[in-house]
Ligand binder design. Structure first.
Ligand code: MN
Length: 196
């Protein structure tokens, strides 16, 4: 799907006169290395939006429990609509009555590279997404190393799992112990008090 086509659902759901989220019309250029971001989002229920730059947009999953650094933990990840690249820097308050109303912080961000392969050959990200299996090496501030995303039956539900590598660590629990924004140093709770 074209970049514009894949952002149609994102734009349809939002009133850019009311929300300060980006419309994506500025057309941010793809960076040298593809972006990776996790946003902590206190909407109707708290979740972590896990996003990977693929084909000029941020392909997105909502992870209710957030990502883990422990390979034994399988985290449910619900595929959501693609977001524009500019969304990677969005932090603020989505107003009451708007889609996704509530606070958002950039919980982690960085870049990634593709680890997906079949029979020793790299599978391009767009193809991996279609096939329902993605493996990436994250270079974030909180999360690092291999992560696998695997689609269950209907392609809506996926599982996000830390791969077994030198960055795996079953003693860490960054969702609990590292709650602050990597952009502003604020917690979601602190977002309320001003700067929005
Ligand atoms: Mn969300």
């Amino acid at each position: 799907m074209s970049k514009e086509g894949s952002l149609r659902e994102y734009r349809r759901k939002r009133d850019f006169g009311r929300t300060s989220e980006p419309s994506g019309e500025e057309g941010a250029k793809p960076a040298k290395l593809p972006r990776y971001v996790v946003q902590k989002h206190d909407a109707s229920s708290l979740h972590y939006d896990f996003r990977l730059e693929i084909g000029g947009v941020l392909v997105s999953w909502a992870v209710p429990k957030g990502p883990s650094t422990d390979p034994a933990e399988k985290r449910l990840a619900m595929r959501t609509e693609d977001h524009p690249l500019e969304y990677a820097g969005f932090e603020g308050m989505i107003p009451e009555g708007e889609y996704g109303a509530g606070k958002v912080i950039v919980w982690d961000s960085g870049t990634y590279h593709n680890l997906t392969e079949e029979k020793g050959r790299e599978t391009p990200m767009a193809e991996a997404l279609k096939k329902g299996h993605i493996a990436v090496w994250l270079k974030g501030k909180k999360l690092e190393g291999g992560y696998a995303l695997t689609a269950l039956g209907d392609r809506k539900k996926w599982l996000l799992v830390k791969m077994r590598d030198e960055k795996a660590d079953d003693r860490r629990n960054p969702v609990k112990t590292e709650p602050k924004s990597v952009l502003s140093g604020r917690t979601l709770e602190q977002l309320e008090s001003g700067h929005g």
